[in-house]
Design a protein around this ligand. Structure first.
Ligand code: XMP
Length: 326
C-alpha cells in the first residue's frame, strides 16, 4: 500500500544504491520539488550531498531564510549559499523587455551555479569520491510532458538548471520522477521538510524579476517585497492559502497615477493582485476572493508601502492572460 513512509524508505534505498560512495550536488531553489529531492538524498547519503543555493535577490520576504535556516536545521544538509544579489541587479540594469529579463536571469543563474559547482567539485570531491551526481526535482508529470513531444509553442522561456559545460559532467539523479506533486508533499512532510516549504505555492524561477513591469532595481524590489508580504499575510490569516493556486503580486513600476492621501496629492505606482485558481497552471481562472479580504490587502498596502497609492485586481482568466505578467 502507498504510504509516505514506505515510499520514502524505498526511494532512500534506491538513491543509496545508485550513488554508492560518490558525492552528489543539488541546486536548491527553495521550491517544493528541489527541497524534497534534496531532503531525500540527504537522508540516503548524508554528507556526501552538498546543496548550492544561489541567492539572486529576487525572492520574496523570508524565503532565503527559509532555505538557509529552516531547511538546513530540519534536514542537516551541507549547504553552500552564493550571495549573487548584486550580480543579478547589474545584469538586469536597464533591461525592461520580459524575455530579455528572463534570459538575463537564466544566463546569470547558470554562470553562478557553474562556478559554485566547480568549487564544490574541487572542495568536496577527491579521486576516490568524485562529485558525480546532480540531483533534479523532476516529477512524473514533467517526465510525461517532455516525452510527449506535443509540440507546444514556447510562450515564455522557463528556466531550470540545464546545459552545464562539458568539463562539468554529472549523471542525473531524479528521485521524485515517479511521483505526483501531492505525493511529493507527503514524502516531504515524512522527511521533516518544513511546512512553509512543503505547502509553498508555485513561484517562478526568475522570481520577482518578472513581477516588476519595467526595470528591476533594488528599491523596486523592496517595494514589491513589502506589498507581496502584506498580501500573503492577509491571505494566510483568512485561511485561503489552499483555496487558491497562487497569487502573484505585481508592481507596475513604469505606471504612475494620481492619488490623495492626508492633505496631499500623491503620484505613485499601482500594485496588481493576480489571485488564480488552477489545476495545473496550463489554464486558470481568477479567484473570487472575499471582498473584505481584498479590502484589507488594499488598505494595508496603500497605507504601509510608500510609493504605492493604488491596488488593482486582475480579473483575466488564462487564456487569454498568462498567470504571471511577464
Ligand atoms: P504563466 O505565466 O506561463 O505561468 O501562465 C504558469 C505557471 O508557471 C510559473 N512560471 C514559472 N515557473 N520558471 C518556473 O519555474 C519560470 O520561468 C516560470 N514562469 C512562470 C507561474 O508562476 C505559474 O505557476
Amino acid at each position: 500500500t502507498w504510504t509516505s513512509e514506505n515510499v520514502a524508505q524505498q526511494l532512500i534505498e534506491q538513491v543509496r544504491e545508485q550513488v554508492g560512495q560518490d558525492r552528489v550536488l543539488c541546486a536548491l531553489s527553495g521550491g517544493v520539488d528541489s527541497s524534497v529531492a534534496a531532503a531525500l538524498v540527504q537522508r540516503a547519503v548524508g554528507d556526501q550531498l552538498t546543496c548550492v543555493f544561489v541567492d539572486h535577490g529576487l525572492l520574496r520576504e523570508g524565503e532565503a531564510a527559509q532555505v538557509e535556516h529552516d531547511f538546513v536545521e530540519a534536514t542537516g544538509v551541507d549547504l553552500v549559499v552564493v550571495d549573487a544579489r548584486q550580480r543579478f541587479l547589474t545584469a538586469l540594469s536597464g533591461v525592461t523587455d520580459p524575455e530579455a529579463k528572463r534570459k538575463a536571469i537564466g544566463r546569470e543563474f547558470i554562470r553562478v551555479f557553474e562556478q559554485a559547482a566547480r568549487d564544490v567539485v574541487q572542495d568536496r570531491g577527491d579521486d576516490d569520491h568524485p562529485v558525480k551526481w546532480l540531483v533534479q526535482g523532476t516529477l512524473y508529470p514533467d517526465v510525461v510532458e517532455s516525452g510527449g513531444g506535443a509540440g507546444t509553442a514556447n510562450i515564455k522561456s522557463h528556466h531550470n538548471v540545464g546545459g552545464l559545460p562539458e568539463d562539468l559532467q554529472f549523471s542525473l539523479i531524479e528521485p521524485l520522477r515517479s511521483l505526483f506533486k501531492d505525493e511529493v508533499r507527503q514524502v516531504g512532510l515524512e522527511l521533516g521538510v518544513p511546512e512553509s516549504i512543503v505547502w509553498r505555492q508555485p513561484f517562478p524561477g526568475p522570481g520577482l524579476g518578472i513581477r516588476i513591469v519595467g526595470e528591476v532595481t533594488a528599491e523596486r524590489l523592496d517595494v514589491l517585497r513589502r506589498a507581496d508580504l502584506i498580501a500573503r499575510e492577509e491571505l494566510t490569516a483568512a485561511g485561503l492559502d489552499r483555496d487558491i493556486w497562487q497569487c502573484p503580486v505585481v508592481l507596475l513600476a513604469d505606471v504612475r497615477s494620481v492619488g490623495v492621501q492626508g492633505d496631499g496629492r500623491t503620484y505613485g505606482h499601482p500594485i496588481v493582485l493576480r489571485p488564480v485558481s488552477s489545476e495545473d497552471a496550463m489554464t486558470a481562472d481568477w479567484s473570487r476572493l472575499p471582498y473584505d479580504v481584498l479590502a484589507r490587502i488594499s488598505s494595508r498596502i496603500t497605507n504601509e508601502v510608500e510609493d504605492v497609492n493604488r491596488v488593482v485586481l486582475d480579473i483575466t482568466s488564462k487564456p487569454p492572460g498568462t498567470i504571471e505578467w511577464e
